[in-house]
Design a protein around this ligand. Structure first.
Ligand SMILES: Nc1ncnc2c1ncn2[C@@H]1O[C@H](COP(=O)(O)OP(=O)(O)O)[C@@H](O)[C@H]1O
Ligand SMILES: [Mg+2]
Length: 253
């Protein structure tokens, strides 16, 4: 049976934090992923710690694939601390991954279509006390297997990699991973740890996104005199966040 959008449509209202440059960066990320090969369809977005931008990046990426007509499924696998329902102002009761993985509902009941054309979604579902155990279930593999037949891309938003096991479990079902690194916040060692963990699970690393990079205060020319100019971080970065794609070979160094 067809599993796409069986469960009604949910209206998502993304917060207005993306500007022209952000959207261009996401388009570049999409293009780079497409160049990674024809066999890359199931992609997880991960990072070392919370707040680096996994959810924002993965949502924008999923939407970006749908905008070029690719049938895309966004999966929120951050069962412990999902922000989807509040951030995207979903005002109805929805089922989610945790209920599917614990056998309470069927696969076709967990996928919703959205107001974004060609983009469907699986929410995280109610908090589960033992998500790692849940995710190890054969049901997750079945979900990805079946969804892969009906969607061009499956983008999985994950919990942070450090200290938790869920991401490693998800990694096994993915064709590739993108690591989000918050600019100026993550040490080389911490980033390496994520990379090693992914490699251990046999997941190909497609590249890294350097997120929330500094925004220059005074226009274009300031760029060439970076040393003497101030950069805006914090609140202003929220308005005009930039992100940058780093190809795998560079990410490795
Ligand atoms: N490139 C960016 N520019 C500005 N703000 C960003 C950017 N990426 C993420 N944020 C903001 O940072 C916060 C954390 O992002 P989020 O995607 O929820 O991180 P994670 O999923 O890794 O915990 C959110 O408020 C989000 O809007
Ligand atoms: Mg998140």
């Amino acid at each position: 049976m067809d599993i796409r959008g069986q469960n009604g449509t949910v209206k998502l209202r993304p917060p207005n934090k993306e500007d022209y440059f952000y959207n261009e960066a996401i388009k570049a990320l999409r293009t780079n992923i497409q160049f990674c090969g024809n066999n890359i369809h199931v992609i997880m977005i991960t990072s070392s710690i919370p707040g680096e931008g996994k959810t924002m990046t993965s949502f924008a990426l999923a939407r970006s694939f749908s905008q070029i007509g690719r049938k895309t499924l966004f999966i929120d696998a951050d069962i412990r601390k999902s922000v989807m329902l509040t951030r995207y102002q979903v005002d109805i009761d929805v089922y989610g991954l945790s209920q599917y993985l614990s056998g309470q509902i069927k696969l076709e009941e967990v996928i919703y279509s959205t107001n974004i054309e060609d983009m469907d979604i699986i929410f995280s579902g109610r908090f589960a006390p033992n998500p790692a155990e849940l995710l190890e279930e054969e049901l997750f593999i079945q979900l990805i297997d079946r969804a892969s037949k009906e969607y061009d891309y499956i983008i999985i938003d994950t919990p942070p990699m450090a200290n938790v096991i869920d991401s490693a479990v998800i990694a096994k079902s993915c064709d590739g991973a993108v690591i989000v690194i918050e600019s100026g916040k993550i040490s080389y060692k911490t980033a390496q740890k994520v990379k090693l963990q992914l490699e251990k699970s046999g997941c190909r690393i497609l590249g890294a996104v350097l997120n929330k990079t500094a925004v220059q205060e005074r226009g274009y020319y300031a760029k060439y005199y970076g040393g003497r100019n101030k950069y805006k971080y914090s609140k202003d970065t929220e308005q005009a966040g930039r992100s940058k794609w780093i190809q795998r070979d560079k990410a490795e160094r």
